[in-house]
Design a protein around this ligand. Sequence first.
Ligand code: PFF
Length: 513
Amino acid sequence: MENNRGSWGSNIGFILAAVGSAVGLGNIWGFPYKMGKSGGFTFLLVYICLAVIVGLTVMASELALGRMTGKGVVDAYRTVSKKFKWIGWLGIIAPFLIMSFYSVLGAYCVQYMSLNLAELSFGLSGIFGATISGGETFGAMLTNPFGCAIFTFLFMVICMLIVKGGVSGGIEKFNKIGMPALFVMLVIVIIRSLTLPNAVEGLKFMFKPGYAVEGGFIEKAPGFVEVLGTAGGQMFFSLSLAMGAMVTYGSYLDKKENLVKNSGVIVFADTLVALMAGLAVIPAAVANGINNGVAVGDITLSGPKLLFVTLQDVFSNMGSAGPLFGVIFYALVIIAAISSAISLMEVMATFFIDRAAEKGQTANRTKITLWVSVAIMLEALLVAVDGLGSNGVWVPGQAAFGVDGWNDCWLDFMDCWSEGVAMPVGSMLMALMIGWELKPEFALKEIHNGNNTGWFTGFYTVCIKFLVPIIMAFVFVGQLQSFFASASNVVLYAISGVILVAFWIFAASGKKE
Ligand code: PFF
C-alpha cells in the first residue's frame, strides 16, 4: 500500500544510520570490560567468529525481512510467516523495555558532560564536592531523582526531535554528522589514554590471554560456554539484532542495495568501534588506578561505574586538560547513545506509521513520535527515580524471590526481559522460521536480489538452519546465568534446550505453506 513512509536518501546514509544504531553504550562499556574479564584475546576470537557466523547471517536476514515486506517488525513477521507471525511482538516489546534504561543512561552522560563543561568554562569545581570526583558525583546524581528525571526528559526530547524529522530528514541527517564526529573524538581520546603512564597494563587486561586471572582482575578463568554466552549476548546487543531495529531500517532500504555487503560493513564497523572504545577506556582506567595506588583487582571496570566513577576519576586526575577530555568523551558517548536510541524509537514509530497506512490513513509522524516518547518517558521515570536501586524504590519480585540479578533494580529488571530473554529467544525463533518454515531460499532471494554473492548461499543455509539456532540456545543459557544467579545450570540448560527442540519441531513440521 502506498503511504508516506519515506526512505533512506542514500546507501551510505543507511549504513551510517545502521552503524549508529549498532555503536552505542554496549560498545563503550560492555565490550572492553567483557573482553578483559572473559579471557582477552580468546574472547575477541570467539566474538569475531560469532559476529561472522551469527551476526552476519541474522543481520542479512533482518534487513531482508524488512526490505521484502516494506514493513516494520510486527507486520514483517505477520506477512511472511504462518507459524511465527507473533514473534514480531518480541521485537517491539524489547526496544520499548530497553529504552527505559537507555534513555536514563544517556541522561547520565548529559549530566557528566555538563559538569565537565562547567568545570572547563568556569572552573566550577565543587558542584558536588571539592573536585568532580567520580564516586561522589555518581552517588549524588543517583540520589537526585528529580535531576535524573529532568535530564532523561531532555535526552528524550532530543531523540524525539530527530525521529520526528523522518528516516532521511532526521535519523540519516543526524548520523551523517554524528558518526564521523564520534570517530574523530574517539581517536583523540585513544591517543590521550594510550599515552598515560602504565597504560600498557590496561592493554594487557584487554589482549593478553589469561592475564585477567594472573594479574588479579578476576579470580577464576571463565569456562568456554560462559565465554560463548557472554560474547554472544554482547554481540547481539551491540549489533542491534533481534530488537526490530534492523528489520525496520531494512524496510526503508532501496531494492538495488547489496545486503551481503551492507551487513558485512555494519558488522565490521561495529566491531572496530568496540575495539577502539576499549583502547580509549580500559588503558586510561587501569593506568589511573595504578598511578593512584589502587590495587589492580580493586579497579572498577564494569557496568555503569566504569563510565561514571572510574573514568570521571581519570579526567579529574588529569590536571587542567581533564575537563576538556571529559567533555569530549561524554559528548561522544552521548552521540553513540542518541544514534542507538533513535533506532529503538523508530521501531515503534514505524509500527504505528504502518498501522495507520493499513487503515488507509495518512500517518502523522510528529504525533506518533510524540506519543511513543511519552510512553517511553513514563517507564523511564521508574529507572530514573530508582537510581540503580539507591532510592529504595519497589522492584517487582524482590519481596517474593529476594534480590537475584534480574531484580536488583529497575534497570536490571528491564534489561533481563529485553536483552536476557526476548533477544536470544527472538533470534533463535527467527532462524528456525527462516531455516525450516520458510526455507533459506526465501530469504536468499531477497538478500541477493540480483547481486548474487556466490559463496554466501551455502554459508547462509548452514548458518540459518543449524548454527544460529544452536548457538542462540547457548547464548540464552549464558544470558540466564547472568541474570538468574541462584538458578541451577542444569535447569537453565533444560529450559533453553526444551525451547530449542520444541520450536525446531514446530518449525519443521507439516507442509511448507
Ligand atoms: N547496539 C546498541 C549498543 O551497542 O549500545 C544498543 C541497541 C540499539 C540494541 C538498538 C538494540 C537496538 F535495536
